[in-house]
Design a protein. Structure first.
Lengths: 284, 358, 252
């Protein structure tokens, strides 16, 4: 039961992680993050079902494809609105989300799809507990991905450059950091993370074009974590996942669907900086 | 090029700048009043829909275009207005009471949600309003003995002196009157100190505060007024769609409303109206477009949201000032012909200005 | 007569003492200038006075009243107006609109009367306009009246900001680096206006300024700050020749 919640929470956490990465680097809020997840899942589906690749090859292929997609998305479209008000970016990504959904439904149709994974239907026994492999795969996958990202930002040159660019864009630019490329790379990573989340989620919830709505719930995770904090996003995701699971059991029908949103409102009204974040004031 | 000779401070306060403006707007009103004698009922219905959208657009424009606060949940206020009005009608309350009551309730809920939300800026506010809209939608679904749950209920058709007021022609005049009223109230708001304070908050909160604007009070007020307009539009919207169900007030509608103000042109009432005309006629345009598209694409259910998305992306990238901005440019082009410089409205290069600290 | 008094003012930002035990009084009718190297805490003092920051300790008194707990939006109505170092105008509005907002503290009429735009509201608007026109004449802004701020040159924006502050009819005017970014002629104009604001309008001026020529020209009293502490207080020439001040500006 708890693990179900944690697994759902991991997915929220991964999507939230994507938001936060982009927000930290470029101050853009990507309302199309959930739709990137959807595209990632469909790519894996297409690679497995239409091109007969095995699961792992399709996994890698879909993630790489989405990373390239994210990179191009930034270079071609989002770069145009750098420096425009945040509102413009919000509207732009909402528009892009609609386009992705519409595009996916034209290519793959609106039916629900599923593909076979090594984890489907398998169970693992730990002590007296029976754990579904799909949930285990989500939790482990998330943990591995977070470890990789941590190492990337902490120890690689380009990861450090990304942090610099997110601290002060102009200063980073003067220091010779190719800020534009860094931003595109951040989008690539973020899209890649979304694809991982989508593929991990696929055996649990099946895929259709509206799966991207999960992105809206992931906002709750990002907000809870403070919107600027990567560990906060993952932790926030876990909390939301568990709250949702338990409100489904203990509260009247309907609460499960809106639990995430109630959490958002509570957090924003009580502690708008989230659990881990801080809000600065404009200097005059 | 026309010159305005200003000889009196009142000229900056009056609704029309001069006799020429008064003439054109008067003509427009006269044509709209005469429309039922010239057009078929189908078109009257479509135009009433545009009028309703325009009322809602004005409400959202006050909040987003003038006060600079983004709401992704305005469909919820539309829903609150529509449901409150219809439920009251079902209880036997006459419509001339239920419409103001629904408007006031929307404004009140707007104030309640706006009050805590005022500490939030930019994207946080957008997310909070989004969450609010989902919760309202869920309430509409679950509060079954009032709202009829998923299935919803038909909207009563009130009668005045034996005439149904939701027939095409009377309904056209009612919505037209409502729009004129909404425009007048909005214009009065914007030319008074309150409207100026809204614009001040939009452009610089810190300066507004130093000049004596109580940010908390005015942001709440903007939210409340905007919700009131939207709820007012909602009461008429209920009659237009004739049957209320929660999925009529989903996130897609909220986005369509935002699309309306963005496409029309943020920061002007003209923009709200142009946007309403555009969004109101979009379904017709898409229907026409379907005839010209290849069979495979034309029958896709995803086509309509896709086109919405495409329009949104297109406007943000290429015409952030919206249709009204384009209109001003075209006017300038003709008045300066042949001296119009292409660079007049060129966007300057920018880098990210942090909105984290404000 | 003492118009404004800061008593032992202090504020910490995460352990850094940005302002530390600063006390000074401003007499009515004076031009009082705060100088100091970058990061000395000058603007922080302004932000404390306009109540954007809450002081960690210390008291602010205006006309004898303690204003340390007054919310920032009530400061304007009490008679304190300010300008900003990096110009905070309402960019997508006209000059006239900006100046009319300066009248916000003197607005009247409730929301309902404004929504109906009753004759009383119109009368009030005309009165505000009259006041604003006086300021426009005073600062020679006539030809910018209907221009949008985004289309104004930098120098004109500085003047509009000064005008907006004057529209609130302040008793104490806070000017944050009025000459920064201005050319020599514009700075001269600014010096004239500061003179006139004090002599003709009788407004007390408290300013932060780097341009020592302007400081010498207009100031009655000068306060030198460094690292949030008071270095010297006195007439312009006294402060400039003070050994601590010379050290702070030129190094050892």
């Amino acid at each position: 039961m708890l693990l179900n919640g944690l697994a759902a929470g991991c997915i929220y956490g991964l999507v939230a992680l994507g938001f936060v990465l982009i927000y930290k680097a470029t101050e853009m809020v990507n309302f199309a993050q959930g739709d990137l997840l959807m595209l990632g899942a469909f790519m894996a589906f297409a690679l497995i079902e239409h091109y007969g690749l095995n699961y792992w090859a399709a996994f890698l292929g879909a993630v790489l494809f989405m990373a390239v997609f994210g990179y191009l998305l930034d270079t071609v479209i989002l770069r145009q609105v750098i420096g425009q008000p945040q509102f413009a970016v919000v509207m732009l990504t909402i528009g892009l989300g609609f386009l992705f959904r519409s595009g996916a439904s034209m290519i793959w149709g609106t039916e629900t799809r599923a593909f076979a994974t090594p984890f489907t239907d398998g169970v693992t026994r730990v002590g007296g507990f029976v754990i579904a492999d799909v949930n285990l795969s989500i939790v482990c996958g998330t943990a591995i991905l977070c470890g990789l990202l941590y190492a990337f930002f902490r120890f690689t040159r380009i990861g450090v450059a990304m942090q610099a660019a997110s601290q002060n864009q102009l200063a980073a630019y003067y220091m010779g950091i190719p800020v534009k490329m860094i931003f595109s790379l951040v989008w690539a990573i973020s899209a890649g993370v979304a694809a991982v989340a989508g593929i991990l989620l696929a055996p649990v919830s099946l895929i259709d074009v509206t799966i991207g709505l999960i992105g809206l719930k992931a906002f709750a995770a990002a907000v809870l974590g403070g919107f600027g904090s990567i560990p906060g996003a993952v932790f926030g995701g876990l909390v939301i996942g568990v709250i949702e699971q338990f409100s489904g059991i203990y509260l009247p029908e309907g609460f499960k669907d809106v639990a995430a949103y109630i959490v958002i409102l509570l957090v924003l009204f009580v502690r708008p900086q989230g659990l881990f974040g801080n809000i600065g004031r404009k200097r005059v | 090029m026309r010159f305005f000779f200003k000889t009196d401070y009142n000229q900056d306060i009056n609704l029309f700048r001069d006799g020429v403006d008064r003439f054109w707007y008067g003509l427009l009103i006269a044509v709209l009043l005469a429309a039922p004698f010239l057009l078929e009922d189908f078109w009257l219905g479509e135009i009433s829909y545009v009028f309703i959208l325009a009322i809602v657009g004005i409400g959202l424009m006050v909040l987003t275009g003038y006060t600079g606060q983004v709401s992704l949940g305005h469909a919820a206020f539309l829903g609150i207005g529509a449901y409150t009005h219809s439920v009251l009608l079902n209880l036997g309350v006459p419509f001339w009471i239920s419409i103001p009551a629904a408007t006031l309730l929307s404004a009140l809920i707007g104030a309640l949600i706006g009050r805590p939300a005022l500490r939030l800026t930019g994207v946080y506010l957008a997310i909070a309003t989004l969450a609010f809209a989902f919760i309202i939608e869920q309430i509409l679904i679950r509060w079954e003995h009032v709202t009829g749950g998923f299935k919803g209920f038909p909207v009563p058709r009130p009668e005045v002196l034996g005439h149904s007021m939701v027939e095409d022609v009377p309904f056209y005049y009612i919505t037209f009157g409502a729009l004129v009223l909404a425009v007048l109230v909005a214009l009065n708001l914007l030319r008074s100190p309150t409207g100026r304070a809204f614009v001040a908050i939009r452009d610089s909160e810190i300066a507004a505060q130093s000049m004596g604007v109580n940010l908390a009070a005015y942001k709440t007020l903007a939210f409340s007024i905007s919700a009131g307009f939207t709820g007012f539009g909602g009461t008429l919207f209920a009659h237009k769609i004739g049957y209320l169900a929660p999925d009529a007030f989903n996130i897609l509608l909220s986005i369509q409303l935002l699309l309306m103000v963005v496409v029309g042109g943020l920061g002007s009432l003209h923009g709200a109206i142009f946007g309403a005309i555009f969004v109101g006629s979009l379904p017709q345009l898409i229907a026409i477009l379907r005839d010209y598209l290849p069979e495979g694409i034309a029958r896709q259910p995803g086509l309509e949201p896709g086109i919405f998305g495409l329009i949104l992306v297109f406007f943000i990238l290429f015409e952030p000032l919206g249709i009204y901005g384009r209109w001003l440019k075209v006017k300038l082009y003709f008045s300066l012909f042949p001296l119009y410089k292409k660079a007049t409205f060129k966007r300057q290069k920018t880098y990210t200005k942090s909105e984290r600290n404000r | 007569m003492t118009l404004f008094q800061a008593d032992n003012l202090a504020i910490n930002f995460g352990g850094i003492k940005a302002v530390d035990g600063v006390s000074f009084d401003v007499q009515k009718g004076q031009v009082f200038t705060i100088i100091g190297p970058n990061g000395a805490g000058k603007t922080t003092v302004f932000n404390l006075i306009s109540r954007i920051y809450d002081p960690t300790s210390g008291v602010l008194r205006f006309e004898g009243n303690d204003i340390t707990g007054v919310p920032p939006h009530k400061i304007a109505a009490m008679g304190i107006a300010r300008t900003f170092q990096n110009i905070e105008l309402f960019e997508h509005a006209t000059v006239l609109h900006n100046l009319l907002l300066g009248r916000h503290a003197h607005r009247g009429g409730n929301l309902a009367s404004q929504l109906l735009f009753l004759p009383s509201v119109r009368k009030m608007e005309l009165e505000h306009r009259e006041k604003v026109e006086h300021v426009i004449d005073f600062l020679d802004l006539q030809h910018y009246r209907d221009t949008y701020i985004v289309n104004l040159p930098y120098g004109a924006r500085k003047v509009v900001e000064l005008a907006r502050a004057l529209c609130t009819e302040p008793k104490l005017l806070l000017l944050d680096e009025p000459s920064s970014g201005l050319n020599t002629e514009e700075t001269e104009d600014m010096a004239f206006w500061i003179h006139d604001i004090r002599n003709e309008l009788g407004i007390t001026v408290l300013m932060v300024e780097h341009d020592m020529t302007l400081v010498n020209e207009v100031s009655d009293r000068v306060l030198a700050l460094n690292y949030g502490r008071v270095l010297a207080l006195g007439t312009p020439s006294e402060v400039q020749s003070h050994p601590e001040v010379v050290k702070a500006y030129l190094g050892d």
